[in-house]
Design a protein around this ligand. Structure first.
Ligand code: NAD
Ligand code: UDP
Length: 319
């Protein structure tokens, strides 16, 4: 049994990670300030043996003694991370610094939830971990992209200077049950719009691509990476290498929900990456990991989950 801290544990991915770690018999502390996560996501663990909760921001000084820390605290959806960009940047950089200082004092192993966004609008396709990226440092996405890049830098400097045992996972678009209906990312927007019979809002002409990974596959990968031997201290891409255009995703959602909704085009937000797809050779070679859930199967479960929110407003304005 390990003592584990999950920051951002009340969010979409964090709450499922907490559940997996609890099921494996660990002592799990969730730290969250409910910026985009909710108490509803973790209510089922409150009172469960081995679970504890800290309601605070990672920007504030941190205390405690853990074997492992999964640092997931950060808004992840463009409309949410752009709503208060200075907060977003501080959460990534100061939050990661606080986590690393805690780990330096106590000897904890740290896994940082990084992102495919560190590749920016990539000029190399698919993206391998060796690619350094193409990021606009002063655009509206920079608070997130550069914040996460800064967090990676801190991770590797603490590894080199203080010998910390670190893991960096670069997560590509991940979806599934448990997403906030107000999240504003494309999968939740399209499903809620389709279920309500509203227009599906395609930003731009819909030719931009993304690769969608199911939540449970991603959580499995994160846990394998944390448990991997010390030698795996290089960043690892996790995502589904099946690439779709946003228009294809919209058509698939319409087909699966049998919705009468129409597709409408809204302006493409600034710096929206045109193509994104992970090269997951590293995850395959070093961790024996690859996603198992095809998009249609993952969407079925996600559509079922979103049916309960049909009467709530969705987040549908272009970033
Ligand atoms: P989410 O918004 O559902 O979860 C983020 C959680 O972090 C929320 O519970 C939020 O309240 C919490 N949080 C935000 N600021 C905080 C702060 N200052 N202190 C403490 N908690 C704070 O998003 P998610 O999809 O679950 O993403 C989780 C992590 O994975 C994030 O770090 C995100 O950048 C990363 N990631 C996710 C994806 C994806 O497709 N889901 C892709 C790339 C990276
Ligand atoms: N998108 C869209 N309609 C929406 C929400 C998003 O067309 O209602 C597009 C967005 O412009 C981007 C892609 O879908 O090209 C994925 O957006 P998301 O916000 O899910 O994640 P990103 O990969 O941009 O961080």
């Amino acid at each position: 049994m390990k003592k584990i801290l999950v920051t951002g544990g009340a969010g979409f991915l964090g709450s499922h990670l907490c559940e997996r770690l609890l099921d494996e018999g660990n002592q799990v502390t969730c730290l969250d300030n409910y910026y985009t996560g909710t108490k509803a996501n973790i209510r089922r663990f409150i009172g469960r043996n081995g679970f504890s909760l800290i309601e605070q921001s990672v920007i504030d000084p941190l205390d405690g003694n853990y074997d492992e820390i999964f640092n997931l605290a950060s808004p992840a959806s463009p409309p949410h991370y752009q709503a208060d960009p200075i907060y977003t940047f501080k959460t990534s950089v100061l939050g990661t610094l606080n986590i690393l200082e805690l780990a330096r004092r106590t000897g904890a192993k740290v896994l940082q939830a990084s992102t495919s966004e560190i590749y920016g609008d990539p000029l190399v396709h698919p993206q391998r971990e060796e690619y350094w990226g193409n990021v606009n440092s002063i655009g509206i996405r920079s608070c997130y992209d550069e914040g996460k890049r800064g967090a990676e830098t801190l991770m590797y400097d603490y590894h080199r200077v203080h010998g910390l045992n670190i893991r960096v996972v670069r997560i590509f678009n991940t979806y599934g049950p448990g997403m906030n209906p107000q999240d504003g990312r494309v999968v939740s927007n399209f499903i809620i719009q389709a279920l309500r019979g509203d227009d599906l809002t395609i930003y731009g002409d819909g030719s931009q691509t993304r690769s969608f990974c199911y939540r449970d596959d991603l959580v499995e990968g994160i846990i394998r990476l944390m448990n991997a031997p010390d030698a795996v201290s290089f960043p690892v891409n996790f995502g589904n290498p099946c690439e779709f255009t946003i228009r294809e995703l919209a058509e698939l959602v319409l087909d699966m929900t049998k919705s009468p909704s129409k597709l409408v085009n809204l302006p493409l937000p600034q710096d929206d990456p045109t193509q994104r797809c992970p090269d997951i050779s590293r995850a395959r070679d070093h961790l024996g990991w690859e996603p198992r859930t095809p998009l249609r199967q993952g969407l079925e479960k996600t559509i079922d989950y979103f049916r309960q929110f049909v009467d709530m407003p969705s987040f549908s304005s272009a970033g």
